[in-house]
Design a protein around this ligand. Sequence first.
Ligand SMILES: [Zn+2]
Length: 305
Amino acid sequence: MTDERHGRISDRERLWTPWRMRYIASSGAREEGCVFCNALARENDVESLILHRGEHAFVIMNLFPYNSGHIMILPNEHVDDPTKLDAATLHEMADLMPICVRALRRVYANQGFNIGYNVGSAAGAGIAEHLHQHIVPRWNGDANFMPVLASTIAMPELLPASYAKIRAELRREMRNTSLVWALMLVDDDRSVLLTDDLRPGMEGQRMIPKVIAEPDQPLWRAAITPFQGWVDDIEVAGYGGKSSVLGGFENVIMLRGQIRSELPESWSINPIETTRFVSRYRSMIHRALGNLAPRIGPPSDPETT
Ligand SMILES: [Zn+2]
C-alpha cells in the first residue's frame, strides 16, 4: 500500500509539474529559499507558471491546485502579513483580483469562486512567509474533486493546459485584444499544421492560423475553431507565446489532435524536424515544445533549443 501511494504521488508530481520534477531531479535537493521569490527571479514565466507581472504584484498558478484554474495574487515583495504592504501594492493587488476573476470565468464557465488569504501557518498558509491571495474556481458539485489527502487529488486538467488558457485570457483582459494564434501539433507532436498566406505578395508563405474570439468565447475555444470537422481529439497542450509575460503581444495556444479527414485546401502538414520554418516560427515551436503538457516523454530544455 505504501509503495502504491508513493507511486501515485510521484505520478501526480510527474503529471502536473514535469519541469519541477526535472529541477528536483537535477539539483538532488528541495528548492531553497522562497518558491515565489525564486519564480519571480527566473526568466522563463511559462516554466515558473507566472501569468502576470505588475509593478508591485504578480499572478502565478498554484503548483498543487485545489481545482483547475487555482491561481494566486502575490506582492512582489517578500512579506508575510498584509499590514506590511504599502498602499500602492494593496491597490494593485485589489485591481488584479476582478481581472483574474473575469479571465477565469471566461475560461472555465465556473459558477463560483473561493477567494482569500490564509495569513500565518496557524491559519493554514502552506507558504506563510510570502503572503498570497488564492483564487479558486468552483463548480456546483465539485466537492467530489477536492482532495481529502494530497495523494487522492483528482485534477481534470494538466497545469500547462490551464496555464495556456489563463495566460491568454489574462492578456486579453489587460491588452484588450481577442486575437489568438492556434498552433496544432499532429503526428505525435512531430508536425504542425499551417495555412497558406492568401494576402497579395505573400502567396506560398505558410502561417500559423489566427482567430478572433467572440466576445464571450474563451480564446482557447476560438483557437480550436479552424480545425473543427477535420481534426479530432483536440486538446490544449500548452502556451506557445513568449516565455516572459512582459515580452510580445502574441497569444499562442498550442493544441494537439488527430487528423481524421482530408486536409482542407490551403492547409499543410509540416514536419518540425525537416520543414524550413521562418526563424520566428522555429524558435516559437521549439520553445513551446519544452513546456507542453506531458505525453511526448522528457521535453528538451527550452533554454538551449
Ligand atoms: Zn518570497
